[in-house]
Design a protein around this ligand. Structure first.
Ligand code: URA
Length: 492
């Protein structure tokens, strides 16, 4: 008589399959004797805590068989395949598990039908994860001015059970907003602290919002009719995803008008901009007063900065990273420019340099949330290298362009102590050129009556290779911050 095991579909599928497979293997249940069944996910916890199983007594002689041995590559593969929606995946994995005991090199035999099938399944799951990351569209729900956290909802229809596998990506990418991702194969909820996963199937509430128009505008702008390759485009963005992508409704129209657009583009070829054109545009942008932003306080300036185009850095950065902290803070820390993580989250000093800074601040008894923390330059400047974005120092014209915003922050916060962390901050705060080491560690008078204190940038400490020197420099930095704390306590 055949035995059966029931595994719950969803985030725990792999763990359940692994436990059951190990038990069955030890009980010597061969692949052809077992019926792997899948129960729908999303039941209240507790109902299926144990893997449901019907087994028959195989007699005492067979108990005590050794646990199976498999290469770690098999476990990685099995974890991916468990996300596949095929009901045959669990029996395929169990068959492979048995075969691997004798055929040690089985996984490298790509022409073997079982191995081929497994590889195809894993490929399909990985592709589904990739599509979910690329084509999931968040829509804002609730009041958009709910700061600092706003709420978003996304509906997606994956082919496989990939919600749990992709959710950590969205958690990292959209960490500063609350969101729900709902799919017919489960959901993920992020509230800034905890990622909750459920296997319960969801229904599409059909939310429409203004970001749909933004997606359409974006897509219209990036669509280049001269580079249109319909087959490649359809392979990359298959039709089944279109219905949940607001911009997809433009595709037929853009494709059918492509030929005419290419002809029009050729006729209206742009003439070369005059020499120094960029510099002239930059100077004009800097000269344009931003309408009444100061009347609306720090929040108004912050909002105005979101659409800043005063220098070309906005073109490649994800967003403006404005300063944060209380409007009446007594101390303002000024860094250089946002890094990779700051660019993604929209907050200053949240990456490795920020962590180091926070640690030293707390060592000397300063609380970050009592300080105003900002940067001389508000957009991330980087050079793409492979998948990484490598930090590049802002040049003087970028620092000057962004000084406009720093000046607004200084005028609105009116800190008693301004701390320049690193040479970029120093050259933004003091027009004359000084060497940082000449000014470091001493408080100086500022024109507005406040004090300026100069120290190094925390990233400098992260880059010191020699451990002894690093300890020494960390202590100097700690001493500087302790002086800043003492200055703050003495300031009127
Ligand atoms: N470095 C900076 O200067 N600023 C940040 O916000 C992060 C790293």
């Amino acid at each position: 008589m055949r035995e059966w095991v029931e595994i719950r579909i969803g985030k725990d599928c792999f763990t359940q399959w692994r436990t059951a497979a190990r038990r069955l293997f030890i009980q010597n249940v061969a692949p052809h004797e077992i019926d792997w069944r899948c129960a729908p996910g999303g039941f209240a916890s507790g109902l299926f805590e144990e893997v449901a199983q019907q087994s028959h007594d195989r007699g005492p002689s067979l108990s005590g068989r050794e646990a199976p041995h498999v290469p770690s590559a098999f476990l990685d593969l099995a974890e991916v395949i468990c996300c596949h929606s095929s009901p045959l995946r669990l029996s395929l994995l169990y068959r492979l598990l048995w075969r691997l005991q004798e055929e040690k090199r089985l996984l490298s035999l790509i022409t073997d039908p079982d191995v081929h099938e497994a590889r195809m399944m894993a490929k399909s799951v990985r592709r589904d994860c990739h599509k979910m990351k690329a084509f999931l569209r968040f829509k804002e729900v609730g009041a958009p001015d709910r700061r600092p956290r706003r709420s978003f909802f996304a509906w997606f229809e994956p082919d496989h059970h990939v919600v749990a596998r992709t959710a950590p990506f969205f958690q990292r990418r959209f960490t500063d907003m609350d969101w729900v991702i709902a799919t017919p194969k489960g959901s993920a909820i992020w509230n800034g602290k905890e990622l909750k996963l459920s296997d319960a199937p969801q229904a599409n509430p059909g939310i429409v919002d203004e970001t749909d128009d933004l997606w359409r505008t974006y897509f219209r702008n990036i669509f280049n009719p001269a580079r249109l390759k319909i087959k490649a485009m359809q392979a990359e963005m298959p039709r089944k995803y279109w219905k949940n992508m607001p911009e997809a409704e433009l595709i037929p129209e853009l494709i059918s008008g492509a030929e005419v657009r290419v002809r029009e583009m050729a006729q209206a070829m742009a003439t070369q901009p005059p020499l120094l054109h960029h510099r002239i545009k930059e100077a004009q942008a800097m000269a344009t007063p931003k309408a009444n932003v100061l009347n609306e306080g720090l929040e108004g300036v912050r909002q105005a900065a979101e659409t800043c185009t005063r220098c070309p850095l906005y073109c490649n950065a994800t967003q403006t990273v404005f300063g944060e902290g209380p409007e009446n803070a007594g101390t303002m820390l000024v860094g250089e420019q946002p890094g990779d993580q700051e660019d993604l989250t929209g907050r200053p000093f949240v990456g490795p340099a920020g962590k180091l800074l926070e640690g030293v601040l707390s060592d000397v008894g300063l609380k970050r949330d009592r300080l105003y923390v900002t940067n001389a330059v508000k957009h991330f400047k980087f050079e793409p290298r492979g998948k990484r974005r490598i930090h590049q120092k802002p040049n003087m014209s970028e620092i000057k362009a962004c000084r406009w915003w720093l000046t607004q922050e200084l005028e609105l916060v009116r800190p008693k102590i301004v701390v320049a962390m690193g040479a970029t901050a120093l050259s933004s705060l003091v027009e004359k050129r000084y060497k940082l080491s000449d000014l470091r560690g001493e408080a100086m008078e500022r024109e507005d009556g406040g004090q300026l204190f100069v120290t190094v940038h925390p990233s400098y400490l992260l880059r010191i290779p020699d451990q002894g020197k690093k300890r020494e420099e960390m202590q100097r930095f700690r001493d500087d911050l302790a002086k800043i704390r003492a200055l703050g306590e003495r300031a009127p």
